[in-house]
Write a protein that binds this ligand. Structure first.
Ligand code: UDP
Length: 133
């Protein structure tokens, strides 16, 4: 069974959407294996967003991700990585399909409610970062 990493970002936690968002994953067949809340450190975010460190938006993204609590979620299911990406929707909520989490609850390209691992290799790397072995 495939595993993937989800982060419920500070904007969605602030809007009291944790339950609503978890329910959407469960209703689409995913199993929640583990989860916890935290205010992420700069160090863990630097590992998580390593591919974006040189990008203009990186500093603002890290500040946003540290602005409140997030929920780190380890989910499993058939094609869990691509299924979560489909449920999440496009990075820009305005371009996301209706019924996706980002379309329904995202407020912009940065504050887009959730993260989901992009590919299986990323999922393995990100699960190690957030949940260890
Ligand atoms: N992001 C941002 N500005 C941008 C592009 C991305 O703040 O111009 C943020 C946004 O929160 C996004 C995250 O950086 O979810 C990671 O970007 P990526 O392109 O990997 O998108 P994702 O895989 O999350 O859809």
């Amino acid at each position: 069974m495939e595993k993937t990493l989800i982060l419920i970002k500070p904007d969605a936690v602030e809007k009291k959407l944790i339950g609503t968002i978890i329910k959407m994953y469960e209703e689409n067949g995913l199993t929640i294996e583990d989860m916890y809340m935290c205010v992420p450190t700069e160090e863990i975010l630097a590992k998580h967003y390593a591919e974006h460190i040189e990008r203009d938006f990186y500093k603002g993204l890290v500040e946003f991700m540290m602005s409140g609590k997030i929920v780190a979620v380890l989910a499993s299911g058939e094609n869990a990585v691509s299924l979560v990406r489909k449920i999440n929707g496009a990075t820009n909520p305005k371009k996301a399909d209706p019924c996706t989490i980002r379309y329904l609850y995202g407020s912009g390209v940065q504050m887009n409610a959730v993260h989901g691992s992009a590919v299986i290799e990323d999922a393995i790397r990100e699960i190690e970062i957030w949940f260890g072995n």
